[in-house]
Design a protein around this ligand. Sequence first.
Ligand code: DQA
Length: 145
Amino acid sequence: MRICVLNGPNLNLLGQREPEIYGRATLADIERLVRDSARELSVELEWFQTNHEGALVEAIQQLEGRADGALLNAAALTHTSLAVRDALLAVQVPFVELHLSNIFAREPARHHSLVADLAVGIVAGFGPQSYVLALQALAGRLRAG
Ligand code: DQA
C-alpha cells in the first residue's frame, strides 16, 4: 500500500514558526516519525511539501494511479483554496485531512475547511502525532476495503 503525505505552505518552517502553537519539531523530524510508523504498518510512503498552491494542486492531480490514499495538511490553503478542493474532487483518492493544531480552537477564519467534507476523516490538535494517527487510521480503512 502506498500513501502520499502532502504538506502545504509554511510547514517547511516548523520548529521555528510559532512554536507555542506548532511545537519545536521540524518537518524533517515529523517525516522521520511518520516513516517509522509507515514501516511498522508496511506502508510505502511518499512525502511532499510545497509553499505554492499550484504545486499542491499538481501533486493532488498526480495521486491517481500513484497512491492508494493521501494524508493532507494543506495548511492555510485548507481555508482558502477552491483549487485544492477541485483537484481532490477530480482524483477521488481517499484522504485524511490533518492539522498539528486544533483549528476549531483558533481564530474563526481557521474554523472552516474547504476540504473536510471530502475527507475520509479529520485529525487535528495532536501535534506531530496527528500525522501518525492519520496514517494509522487511513491504512486501517484502506485495508478494510
Ligand atoms: C495547520 C493549521 C492551519 O490553519 C495553518 O494555516 C497552518 C497549519 C496545522 O497543521 O495546524 O499552516 O494546518
